[in-house]
Structures are given as structure tokens and as C-alpha cells.
Design a protein around this ligand. Structure first.
Ligand code: GTP
Ligand code: MG
Length: 456
């Protein structure tokens, strides 16, 4: 294990609360705590047993004056979160109490922790790998119970287990090739080639299976972004309100009511959704509305899914047709809103594809819309598989590894020499290692942890 300075930070969020936790980690965590922690039973904290909680006061290091009443626990490395000695001080919540205790800890010799530094130490000390460390932040940021479930599974090492297994198999392949190349007899090279090609096919299938989970995995981690699009007054804002079950957006019968985009979060059976209400798209001379319309159009490009709204009580017009063109072949669902009013809509030779009739006013069809969303992204069956690729970084590494293994297999099948194929196989091994952090440069590791919050 490497030796590091002792760091400290507030691990709970700052604000009025019953309790705050200040975490220390490092070789001197216990000594530093002992300087400022006076136990009620007068025993020396240096003699405290590991994995116990101890009651007393944090006192000013110079004057001995009481700062706060606390409970202090001690986790002896390597059986701790960071695999180092860890001390956690439970003090009173609230900014003043918490910061006073933290400052006392600094005076006693700890230095402020950087964002994600506790988790980074757990990684550097080999307790968890990089994908597990990344899952820790995903747990904290999970948007729904389902997102959380997949993050917990990743932090438990499900993905790393799979990747490590693949890497070991690749290593065996490389060793196998090396033996053949060292004894270059034609037959041997031929049989080895066949065997390697077969094993690569098997591994490529495994990687494809993992990649197949990445679309849903990304949605679980980052959320599915949906944009509500349509001409003015068709009921986009009413639809947003119906989905949220609250009066979030202003609704009036004046076309051009919504000027700016409105973003809200929604949970459909565990799928985290970021839904955006937009300004009705039309030609306009109003400067403010024009900016809004431009933003609506750019949302069409950014969203994972477009919910295109038409008005059942008005004939289709050029504005609708222009929007159909904008949407082009992007993933979309077409809604005919205001189904409670008399039908005036007339598709007029335009192929709208499958549509769903809804009424944002009375809620009719909203469940059908939700089902359609689930069907489009989770094939209607929202379940997390054991191993899911949720992280874009992991997906990219898998794609590169897949490319390299495919290139190696093609080379072998075409009878190109094995040691050339080995170069690609080796590159794939490195890409897999980027996921677990084994072959990632220190700069990139630092960058990943810098996105964490302080105190984790
Ligand atoms: N009868 C009926 N009226 C609706 C329905 N949905 C919306 N409306 C009405 O249609 C009008 C326009 O609704 P909005 O939700 O503001 O429409 P919008 O598409 O957001 O309009 P802009 O923001 O101007 O683009 C309001 O008077 C709503 O009450 C519906 O399902 N049935
Ligand atoms: Mg609106």
C-alpha cells in the first residue's frame, strides 16, 4: 500500500441537518483525531479499538475549549473504504458546527481532500478498480431506483469481473501465439491460427453482448432526453404538465405562450427522463420568440426521442408539415392531442406513421404514451441485466477493443502472420484495461476523479 498524507473533508451535504460526518483518511488519521478528541471516559483515542464508536468532545487544539459533542469511529486499514486508516467524526449538522470541527481537524494536521480523493485512494490502494470507483459516483447521482440498482451492481464488481475474465483469456491467447511464433513450423501456425480465430469469435460475441446493454445502460445513468415539439398552441406545455402531474409550464390559448425551453425530470417505471417543453415552431418576426424557435429546433437534434404533437381540432397546415421535415428520420412518437375535441385534422396525403391519440387536458392516452416510450427503449421490459455498460467511457473502450479483435481475426483468417495479429490482440487487451483502470494514464485517472464531489 502506498503512503499518503492524511486528508479530511465533510462527507455529508452542508446545511441544516441533525448530523454531519467529517471523514479523515491516511496513516495519521488516528493520531490527528486523538489530538482534538477528548473522550467522555477519559481514555486515550489512540488506544481505541477499530470498528467502534466513541463518545466525547472535539476541543480546540490550543485552548482545549469544547467545540462540539461528537461520536467518533475508527476503521483500521486495510478494512476501510480507502484501505487506509479512516476516522469518521459525527458532529452536529449545520454549517457552523461542521466547519468548526473540520477546521480543528486541519489545525491538527490533516489537509483538505480533493474531489473524489477518498475513492481515488481506494482505487490506488487496489481495493476497487476504476469502474467500481466510477460506480460510486453513479450511486450518488442515480436518478431513479433502477439507475441506482445498476450502479450498485457495478460498484460490487460485476462489470470488472467480466472484463478481468476477458482480459485473462486474451492473455492466454497471447501466450499461446507466442509459443507458436517461437517454434515456427507451418502446421503449428495453421492449427494455432484456427484455434485463436475461434477463441476470438467467442470473445467478440461476449463483447457484442456487453455493447448491446450500453444503449439502455446510458439511459439509466444519464437519463433519456425527450423533447416535446410542435407548432404553437397544440398543447405541448399542457402535455408536460400532464406528464409531471403539476402545473409546471404556463398554458394559455395564445399561440406562442412558451418562449424558452423548460426542462424537468420524470420517472417512468424506473427510466430516468429529462423532458423538455419547447416553444411552438413557426415563422415569426418577434425577436424573443424567434430565439425560442431556434432553441426548439436545436432540441430536435439533441434529444434521444422527439414527441411530436399535432392538434386534433385543427386541419394540418404548412407549419406541421415543415416540422415533419425537420424531424426527418429521428426517433419520434407522433401524438394527436385534444382528442376530446371534434376532429378537424386531415393528414392530407402526409404519412404520419403510427400515432397516439391523447388529451393533455383530461389525461386520456398518457399511459399509452408512457408504454410506447418504454417499448422504444427497453423493449417494454424494464429490467437491468446483471452486467450493464452504463458509462460512455467504458462503451468506447469496448468498441475499440472490438475493432482490434475483429482486425486480428480477419488477419488470421486471411492467413496473415500470427505475430501481426498479436499486435491487435494486445491493443484490445489494453483497451479492456482502460475500463478497470489498469492501463489508463495517470492524467486520465486524475481527470475522472476530479468530476467527483468533495468528501467522497
Ligand atoms: N380541449 C383541449 N384543450 C387542450 C388540450 N391540450 C391543450 N389544450 C388547450 O390548448 C391551448 C394551448 O395549450 P398549450 O399547452 O399552452 O399549448 P403549447 O403547444 O404549449 O403552445 P405554445 O407554448 O404557444 O407553443 C390551451 O388553451 C390549452 O388549455 C386538450 O387535450 N384538449
Ligand atoms: Mg407551451
Amino acid at each position: 500500500m502506498r503512503e499518503y498524507e492524511t486528508i479530511a473533508a465533510i462527507s455529508t451535504s452542508l446545511g441544516e441537518s441533525g448530523v454531519s460526518i467529517i471523514k479523515l483518511s491516511g496513516g495519521n488519521a488516528k493520531e490527528i483525531a486523538a489530538k482534538i478528541f477528548k473522550q467522555k471516559n477519559n481514555s486515550d483515542f489512540l488506544k481505541a479499538k477499530p470498528w467502534t464508536m466513541n463518545y466525547g468532545h472535539v476541543v480546540d487544539i490550543d485552548s482545549g475549549e469544547i467545540i462540539d459533542e461528537v461520536l467518533v469511529s475508527y476503521f483500521q486499514g486495510p478494512r476501510s473504504f480507502t484501505a487506509e486508516d479512516v476516522v469518521e467524526i459525527n458532529c452536529h449538522g449545520g454549517r457552523i458546527a461542521t466547519e468548526s470541527v473540520l477546521n480543528t481537524v486541519f489545525q491538527a494536521g490533516a489537509r483538505p481532500a480533493e474531489p473524489g480523493e477518498f475513492t481515488k485512494r481506494a482505487f490506488l490502494n487496489g481495493r476497487i478498480d476504476l469502474s467500481q470507483a466510477e460506480a460510486v459516483i453513479d450511486i450518488i447521482q442515480a436518478k431513479t431506483e433502477l439507475s441506482m440498482k445498476s450502479a450498485v451492481s457495478q460498484s460490487g464488481g460485476k462489470l470488472s469481473g467480466e472484463i478481468t475474465d476477458i482480459r485473462n483469456q486474451i492473455l492466454n491467447l497471447l501466450a499461446f501465439i507466442e509459443v507458436t511464433v517461437d517454434f515456427p513450423e507451418e502446421d503449428l501456425e495453421f492449427t494455432t491460427g484456427n484455434e485463436v480465430s475461434e477463441k476470438l469469435t467467442h470473445l467478440l460475441l461476449k463483447v457484442s453482448d456487453l455493447l448491446k446493454t450500453s444503449e439502455e445502460g446510458k439511459i439509466l445513468r444519464e437519463g433519456l432526453s425527450i423533447a416535446i415539439i410542435g407548432k404553437p398552441n397544440v398543447g405541448k406545455s399542457s402535455l408536460l404538465n400532464a406528464l409531471l402531474k403539476e402545473n409546471r409550464a404556463i398554458v394559455t390559448d395564445v399561440p406562442g405562450t412558451t418562449r424558452d425551453i423548460i426542462e424537468e425530470y420524470l420517472n417512468i417505471d424506473g427510466i430516468p427522463i429529462k423532458i423538455t417543453d419547447t416553444a411552438g415552431i413557426r415563422e415569426t418576426d418577434d425577436i424573443v420568440e424567434k430565439i425560442g424557435v431556434d432553441r426548439s429546433k436545436s432540441k430536435i437534434d439533441e434529444a434521444d426521442l422527439i414527441v411530436f404533437v399535432l392538434d386534433h381540432s385543427r386541419p394540418l397546415d404548412q407549419e406541421d408539415k415543415d416540422i415533419v421535415k425537420y424531424i426527418g428520420n429521428r426517433k419520434s412518437i407522433t401524438l394527436i392531442n385534444k382528442i376530446d375535441l371534434e376532429e378537424q385534422i386531415n393528414p392530407d396525403g402526409i404519412d404520419l406513421g403510427a400515432t397516439i391519440g391523447v388529451s393533455a387536458l383530461n389525461g386520456y392516452g398518457i399511459n399509452e404514451l408512457k408504454d410506447k416510450i418504454k417499448e422504444l427503449f427497453f423493449h417494454g421490459n424494464i429490467e437491468i441485466t446483471d452486467v450493464m455498460v452504463t458509462n460512455r467511457r467504458h462503451k468506447e473502450a469496448l468498441m475499440r477493443a472490438h475493432e482490434k479483435m475483429t482486425a486480428a481475426k480477419t488477419a488470421i483468417d486471411q492467413g496473415i502472420s500470427l505475430d501481426l495479429a498479436a499486435i491487435d490482440i494486445n491493443a484490445a487487451w489494453n483497451y479492456f484495461g482502460e475500463i478497470t483502470g489498469d492501463t489508463l494514464s495517470e492524467d486520465l485517472v486524475d481527470k475522472i476523479f476530479s468530476d467527483f464531489c468533495i468528501g467522497k
